[in-house]
Design a protein around this ligand. Structure first.
Ligand code: ZN
Length: 114
Protein backbone atom coordinates (compact mmCIF):
# COMPACT_ATOMS: atom_id res chain seq x y z
CA UNK A 1 0.00 0.00 0.00
CA UNK A 2 1.39 3.41 -0.95
CA UNK A 3 1.51 6.41 1.41
CA UNK A 4 -1.12 8.15 -0.72
CA UNK A 5 -3.44 5.14 -0.49
CA UNK A 6 -2.98 5.03 3.26
CA UNK A 7 -3.84 8.73 3.45
CA UNK A 8 -6.93 8.15 1.34
CA UNK A 9 -8.05 5.38 3.66
CA UNK A 10 -7.37 7.51 6.72
CA UNK A 11 -9.56 10.28 5.30
CA UNK A 12 -12.28 7.77 4.53
CA UNK A 13 -12.18 6.45 8.11
CA UNK A 14 -12.54 9.98 9.45
CA UNK A 15 -15.48 10.72 7.16
CA UNK A 16 -17.15 7.40 8.06
CA UNK A 17 -16.63 8.06 11.77
CA UNK A 18 -18.37 11.42 11.50
CA UNK A 19 -21.21 9.97 9.43
CA UNK A 20 -21.68 7.06 11.84
CA UNK A 21 -21.70 9.32 14.90
CA UNK A 22 -24.26 11.57 13.25
CA UNK A 23 -26.41 8.59 12.30
CA UNK A 24 -26.22 7.29 15.87
CA UNK A 25 -27.35 10.64 17.28
CA UNK A 26 -30.43 10.57 15.05
CA UNK A 27 -31.18 6.98 15.96
CA UNK A 28 -30.73 7.62 19.68
CA UNK A 29 -33.22 10.44 19.38
CA UNK A 30 -35.68 8.22 17.53
CA UNK A 31 -35.39 5.28 19.91
CA UNK A 32 -36.17 7.32 23.03
CA UNK A 33 -39.10 5.84 24.95
CA UNK A 34 -42.37 7.41 23.85
CA UNK A 35 -44.34 9.12 26.57
CA UNK A 36 -47.69 7.54 27.41
CA UNK A 37 -49.87 9.89 25.41
CA UNK A 38 -53.62 9.36 25.25
CA UNK A 39 -53.71 11.14 21.89
CA UNK A 40 -51.95 8.18 20.31
CA UNK A 41 -54.19 5.36 19.25
CA UNK A 42 -53.17 1.80 20.06
CA UNK A 43 -52.33 1.01 16.42
CA UNK A 44 -50.28 4.16 16.01
CA UNK A 45 -48.38 3.33 19.19
CA UNK A 46 -47.71 -0.19 17.91
CA UNK A 47 -46.47 1.21 14.62
CA UNK A 48 -44.12 3.60 16.38
CA UNK A 49 -42.81 0.80 18.60
CA UNK A 50 -42.17 -1.36 15.57
CA UNK A 51 -40.23 1.45 13.88
CA UNK A 52 -38.26 1.94 17.09
CA UNK A 53 -37.32 -1.74 17.15
CA UNK A 54 -35.94 -1.41 13.63
CA UNK A 55 -34.07 1.75 14.61
CA UNK A 56 -32.66 0.02 17.70
CA UNK A 57 -31.22 -2.75 15.52
CA UNK A 58 -29.71 -0.18 13.15
CA UNK A 59 -28.29 1.67 16.15
CA UNK A 60 -26.59 -1.47 17.47
CA UNK A 61 -25.04 -2.07 14.05
CA UNK A 62 -23.85 1.54 13.93
CA UNK A 63 -22.25 1.15 17.39
CA UNK A 64 -20.38 -1.94 16.24
CA UNK A 65 -19.22 -0.14 13.08
CA UNK A 66 -18.10 2.86 15.15
CA UNK A 67 -15.90 0.67 17.31
CA UNK A 68 -14.42 -1.08 14.29
CA UNK A 69 -13.73 2.26 12.60
CA UNK A 70 -12.01 3.60 15.73
CA UNK A 71 -9.88 0.49 15.80
CA UNK A 72 -9.06 0.87 12.09
CA UNK A 73 -8.00 4.47 12.69
CA UNK A 74 -5.57 3.32 15.38
CA UNK A 75 -4.18 0.64 13.11
CA UNK A 76 -4.08 2.37 9.74
CA UNK A 77 -0.44 3.48 10.11
CA UNK A 78 0.77 0.06 11.19
CA UNK A 79 2.41 -2.47 8.89
CA UNK A 80 -0.28 -5.06 9.45
CA UNK A 81 -3.19 -2.81 8.56
CA UNK A 82 -4.93 -4.08 5.43
CA UNK A 83 -3.56 -7.59 5.85
CA UNK A 84 -6.11 -10.38 6.08
CA UNK A 85 -6.19 -11.92 9.57
CA UNK A 86 -6.83 -15.34 8.10
CA UNK A 87 -4.54 -15.77 5.06
CA UNK A 88 -2.02 -12.92 5.57
CA UNK A 89 -2.66 -11.64 2.05
CA UNK A 90 -3.13 -7.94 1.43
CA UNK A 91 -6.77 -6.90 1.32
CA UNK A 92 -7.67 -5.13 -1.94
CA UNK A 93 -7.26 -1.38 -1.71
CA UNK A 94 -10.70 -0.86 -3.31
CA UNK A 95 -12.25 -2.95 -0.57
CA UNK A 96 -10.44 -1.05 2.17
CA UNK A 97 -11.50 2.24 0.66
CA UNK A 98 -15.11 1.10 0.74
CA UNK A 99 -14.96 -0.60 4.14
CA UNK A 100 -11.77 0.59 5.88
CA UNK A 101 -12.63 -1.48 8.95
CA UNK A 102 -12.21 -4.73 6.97
CA UNK A 103 -10.02 -7.28 8.71
CA UNK A 104 -10.45 -10.08 6.16
CA UNK A 105 -10.14 -10.37 2.39
CA UNK A 106 -13.30 -11.16 0.44
CA UNK A 107 -12.39 -14.83 -0.07
CA UNK A 108 -11.74 -15.51 3.64
CA UNK A 109 -14.73 -13.47 4.70
CA UNK A 110 -17.11 -15.57 2.63
CA UNK A 111 -15.34 -18.81 3.54
CA UNK A 112 -15.58 -18.03 7.25
CA UNK A 113 -19.15 -16.84 6.87
CA UNK A 114 -18.38 -13.49 8.50
ZN1 ZN B 1 -7.83 -13.80 3.48
Amino acid sequence: MTITQREQIKNKIEVDLKTTIHEMELLQERTKPIAPDCALGRDTREEILELQRVDATTLRRAEIRLNRLKYALQKVDHEDYGVCLECDEEILFERLLLLPESTHCVACKSELGL
